[in-house]
Design a protein around this ligand. Structure first.
Ligand code: SF4
Ligand code: SF4
Length: 303
C-alpha cells in the first residue's frame, strides 16, 4: 500500500480537564469519575519526538483533555518547533493560560490557540462550560493580544470555537462583534453529538458541520483520516481519529514502538484496507461513526 507520512499528530498530554462540560465527548471528564490524573512528562515527550523520522505538517496539543493542565506543555511545543517547521496548534478552554509566564508562551513559538468559548459573559459562558471563568479567559486573551501588539508579533493566532446551543444561539451577532473587538476570529459550530442531548440543540442554527464539510472538502468516498492523521492519548496509545470514545481500538503505543512503525504497521493498514472495502470481518472503530456512515471524510481539525 502506498503510504505517505502522517500529516497531523494530535496528542493529549493529560487525561483530564478543569471543566465539566455537559456534552464533553469524554464522559469520564464530564462526570469526573474514574480519573486518576496523568500527564506525559517532558522527557517522555521528547523521547517520542526524537523517534520521528518525518514530522507532520501539523502538531496539535489537546484532543479530549485540557493541555494547559500539563505544566510542561509549552516546553513540549517549543521542542517540536525547535526540531521542525510544522505548525503547532492547541485546543484549549484557556482558563489556565494565566498560570504560565507570557514570555514562556511566546518563546514556545506556538502558532495558534483554538479556544472553546461559547458565551459573551459569565452566565452565558458557564451554562455550558461548567466550572469555567469567563473573565479569566478574556483577560488572558487580552494579555496575549496586547503583548503581540507591543512586540509587533503576528503569532500566536487566537481563534474562538463557539459551539452554538439553544441557550446561546441568539448571542451569535453580539459574540462576533465582541470577539472582533479583541481582534480574535470566531467560528460558530453546531455540535454533532445528538443522542440524549437533543434539548441542547439550537433551533435556528441548523448548519451541520459534518454535511457542510463533506460537501466542501470531501476528497474521497471513504474516510481518509487513517492516511493523514494519528491521535495519541496520555498513555501513548495511537488511534486513527477521536471517534473511538471508549478508547477501545488501539493501534500501537509510542512509548513501546516508534511512531513510524505504528504508522506503517499491520493494524493501521488493516483499518485502511477495511475502509477501502478490501477486507471485511475485522474489528474497527468505524461501524458507528457518522463519518463512516456518511461514506465520507470530515477533517474536523481543518484549520
Ligand atoms: S473544556 Fe473540552 S475537554 Fe474540558 S470538559 Fe469541556 S469539552 Fe471536555
Ligand atoms: S470512519 Fe470514523 S472511526 Fe473510522 S477512522 Fe474515520 S473518523 Fe475514525
Amino acid at each position: 500500500m502506498n503510504l505517505n507520512p502522517c500529516q497531523e499528530i494530535m496528542i493529549d498530554v493529560t487525561n483530564y480537564c478543569n471543566l465539566s462540560c455537559p456534552l464533553c465527548p469524554n464522559s469520564d471528564i464530564r462526570k469526573k469519575t474514574n480519573i486518576t490524573p496523568k500527564q506525559i512528562s517532558f522527557d517522555k515527550f521528547k523521547a517520542f519526538v526524537d523517534t520521528l523520522k518525518t514530522f507532520p505538517d501539523l502538531f496539535v496539543f489537546g484532543n479530549k483533555c485540557e493541555p494547559l493542565l500539563n505544566n510542561a506543555v509549552f516546553d513540549m511545543v517549543k521542542y517540536v518547533n525547535s526540531k521542525s517547521s510544522c505548525r503547532t496548534v492547541m485546543f484549549t478552554n484557556f482558563n489556565l493560560a494565566d498560570k504560565f509566564k507570557i514570555e514562556d508562551i511566546f518563546s514556545s513559538e506556538i502558532e495558534h490557540f483554538i479556544i472553546g468559548l461559547d458565551g459573551i459573559d459569565q452566565i452565558s459562558y458557564a451554562e455550558y462550560r461548567t466550572g469555567g471563568n469567563f473573565d479569566r479567559v478574556i483577560n488572558a486573551i487580552k494579555k496575549i493580544q496586547t503583548y503581540k501588539k507591543t512586540h509587533n508579533l503576528q503569532f500566536p493566532i487566537l481563534s474562538i470555537m463557539f459551539i452554538v446551543f439553544k441557550h446561546n444561539e441568539h448571542l451569535r451577532e453580539k459574540a462576533k462583534i465582541f470577539f472582533e473587538s479583541l481582534d480574535v476570529h470566531v467560528d460558530f459550530k453546531r455540535t454533532d453529538l445528538y443522542d440524549g442531548y437533543e434539548n441542547w440543540l439550537p433551533e435556528k442554527f441548523t448548519k451541520n458541520i459534518i454535511i457542510n464539510e463533506k460537501e466542501s472538502e470531501q476528497t474521497s468516498s471513504f474516510c481518509i483520516l487513517p492516511w493523514r492523521k494519528a491521535t495519541i492519548d496520555v498513555d501513548g496509545n495511537v488511534f486513527p481519529c477521536c471517534a473511538d470514545e471508549a478508547l477501545e481500538f488501539k493501534f500501537g503505543n509510542i512509548f513501546e514502538k516508534s511512531f513510524d512503525k505504528i504508522w506503517e504497521g499491520k493494524e493501521l493498514n488493516n483499518l485502511r484496507l477495511f475502509l477501502r472495502n478490501e477486507i471485511k470481518n475485522i474489528k474497527v472503530p468505524c461501524i458507528n461513526c457518522p463519518v463512516y456512515k456518511n461514506n465520507g471524510y470530515t477533517d474536523v481539525a481543518n484549520i
